[in-house]
Write a protein that binds this ligand. Sequence first.
Ligand code: OAD
Length: 248
Amino acid sequence: MVKLAIETELDRAAAFAREAERIAVLTGAGVSAESGVPTFRDAGGLWEGYAIEDVATPAAFARDPRLVWRFYNLRRDNLRSVRPNAGHFALAELENRCAHFALVTQNVDGLHRQAGSRTIHELHGNLTRTRCTGCERIEDRGLEPLDDVPHCTHCGALLRPDIVWFNEMLPAGIWESAETAVAECDVLLVVGTSAIVHPAAGLIHTAKQFGGRVIECNLEPTAASSLADVVLLGKSGELLPRLVNKLG
Ligand code: OAD
């Protein structure tokens, strides 16, 4: 019987993963799409309904914190009804099977942790956390409803979401750990990202530069596909469990 093309690609990816002593994973919004979390740049994505410069820059927050908080409070509300999907669980299982593993995510939804992943580098922050613009205190508020424009209970200053906005640096320690994990990996699995937002997307080049193999899993070809050794085209919630099952 002739093997389907995707089966052949899954076999190749599994062979690379089996040989690898160190595996790193880079995820983007696509891994959470099947959980019902909107992506950014697909049809109906968040950046179709909102302008980045209105809700996701320091200048936007300085100009209109109420509008920015409305955007993030809606996203926080949406997370209440959301659960990890089979793709998140497969990545947690992959970590169990690999001695040296790191998951680097651009996502701020916390679903990898809920699914059981342990070594997580959250490059862009997390929706559950607030950061005080006065005393810098970071608090995990879970998904409890926040005021329209919340203020710090300690110093009274305005709170902001603990999210990395455009024109801001990534948290230094987290970025360095992520970069090291990717530079050292034998395989980088890139899942559900359009791979156009830097510096995160640069990690794919880092993996290649240091001799790692790149496996991409995405609905469609992306900016990363030309660098990938294997491209798995399809839904991560379907393909990642199949990939992990093949590891035996
Ligand atoms: P994007 O919305 O740019 O890309 C999502 C990718 O996931 C697209 O390539 C989709 O084809 C793919 N995708 C959608 N559903 C999928 C599925 N079920 N399985 C596999 N792939 C699927 O999201 P990101 O690349 O994560 O940053 O965006 C990167 C950053 O840009 C975000 O972290 C955010 C955004 O602006 C900040 O807000 C700082």
